[in-house]
Design a binder for this molecule. Structure first.
Ligand code: FAD
Length: 380
């Protein structure tokens, strides 16, 4: 009889990992706190789109969903730098055929859940919030919307329940479990530039950046001609979210810092006040598994800041690595999970540090004259 696997969290990594295990014949049960996002509308300000790059595509192709995702993605061949004087400078990411891709987070999650749901041996349980894990059995408890709690036992339990993982929370009580959580000085808020008569109001095939030193605006294209923008600002101090608390302050801040963007966001104040401001957190921890029966992956084990566009990509790469280890060690999960955490921890720490360093490059260096010149020479 095939082993029963429980996955907590049907986000990007959980849905992808379910598809991989389903393809390999495991009996998979995926428990997700939220309702089925294929049947619900996402609230405004929470539709962030993602940059998908080589690591992501490799994992998506591995489970056979890459081509479907490609149809919904837009190639971004470089950065388009917007100056305060409204000048535009294009910095290619690589050779002509090289790009990263913009994809809606919700759209991608829906594709992944749909794909996994096709397997008879994969079962999704929405509106199930994990409230407790017994790591030794292993077993898990889930709270339903009516507050009733249901308990399940499983051969294996994986936590793909994001930065504030309930599975990791149980592991944090273990001896020798190291954990750090760091909020950076900046929060973020989503805004949007709508399509004009169905067309893009800026270059479609670029990741747009307004680098302004201590703060930054970015915009990624969507297939309907709109752009999802993300504003990064300190949460307190000068030019902070805390200070932008009146319509006139918001308008004059944008007029000074992002004049061309302001012209494209006529409903700026409404969006700014309506959409939530969210924090950015870095999570580091170790080990990522317990007795070869419970493990965490994706943001649950390594949440990073978004400035390298690699959080999801790194989580998807976790799935690729686990697939390789399954090929190598068959169903020997204690060996697989031990090799996985040993190999992956160094890589996860490296990408976490690079992502933080890239914040300085994105918000500051990319807009400086010497940097622009260097890029022009590199791509001449
Ligand atoms: P999540 O996406 O957080 O999914 C976790 C899932 O678990 C959710 O569905 C949640 O509802 C569920 N869950 C949580 N708790 C419970 C519970 N107790 N019980 C049951 N279910 C639970 N990465 C990139 O690669 N490229 C980008 O361009 C990029 N841009 C980003 C922009 C921003 C502003 C931010 C904040 C992040 C960005 N990232 C990007 C990072 C990326 O969003 C994450 O790395 C990725 O979502 C991690 O996927 P995950 O499945 O591990 O976790």
């Amino acid at each position: 009889m095939s082993q029963q696997v429980t996955i907590v969290g049907a986000g990007l990594v959980g849905a992808l990992f379910a598809a991989l295990l389903g393809k390999r014949g495991y009996q998979v049960h995926v428990y997700e706190r939220r309702s089925d996002l294929r049947k619900t509308t996402i609230s405004a300000g929470k539709s962030i789109n993602m940059a998908c790059s080589a690591r992501g595509w490799k994992a998506l192709d591995l489970v056979g969903v890459g081509d479907q995702v490609r149809k919904a993605a837009i190639a971004m061949k470089g950065r388009m730098i917007h100056g305060t004087d409204e000048s535009l400078t294009f910095q290619p990411y690589g050779k002509a055929d090289e790009a990263i891709y913009s994809i809606s987070r919700t759209g991608l999650n829906q594709i992944l859940i749909d794909h996994a749901d096709q397997y008879e041996n994969i079962h999704f349980h929405f509106d199930h919030k994990c409230v407790d894990i017994d790591l030794d059995t292993p077993s898990a408890s889930f709270e339903l919307p009516n507050k009733k709690v249901t308990h399940i036992k499983s051969d294996l339990i994986f936590g793909t329940d994001g930065a504030f993982s309930a599975v990791r929370s149980a592991m944090q009580k273990l001896k020798h479990f190291s954990f750090s959580q760091e909020y950076i000085s900046h929060d973020y808020k989503e805004l949007s530039i709508e399509a004009k008569a169905g067309t893009f109001q800026m270059e479609k095939h670029a990741l747009h950046i307004w680098p302004r030193g201590s703060h930054m605006l970015i915009a990624l294209p969507n297939p309907d001609g709109s752009f999802t923008c993300t504003l990064f600002l300190p949460y307190k101090g000068d030019h902070s979210f805390e200070k932008l608390n009146k319509e006139q302050k918001i308008q004059s801040f944008f007029k000074n810092k992002f004049p061309d963007a302001l012209k494209l966001i006529p409903n700026l104040t409404t969006l700014f006040c309506k959409n939530p401001t969210s924090p950015l957190v870095i999570i580091k921890c170790f080990p990522w598994s317990h007795k070869g029966k419970v493990a965490i992956l994706g943001d649950a084990s390594h949440a990073i800041v978004p400035f390298y566009g690699q959080g999801m990509n790194a989580g998807f790469e976790d799935v690729t690595i686990l697939d390789e280890l399954l090929d190598k060690h068959g169903g020997d999960w204690p060996t697989i999970l031990s090799a996985f955490e040993t190999k992956r921890k160094t890589d996860a720490d490296a990408i976490s540090d690079l992502a933080l360093k890239n914040f300085i490059e994105m918000r500051d260096l990319v807009g400086q004259a010497w940097f622009l010149k260097r890029k022009q020479i590199e791509h001449a």
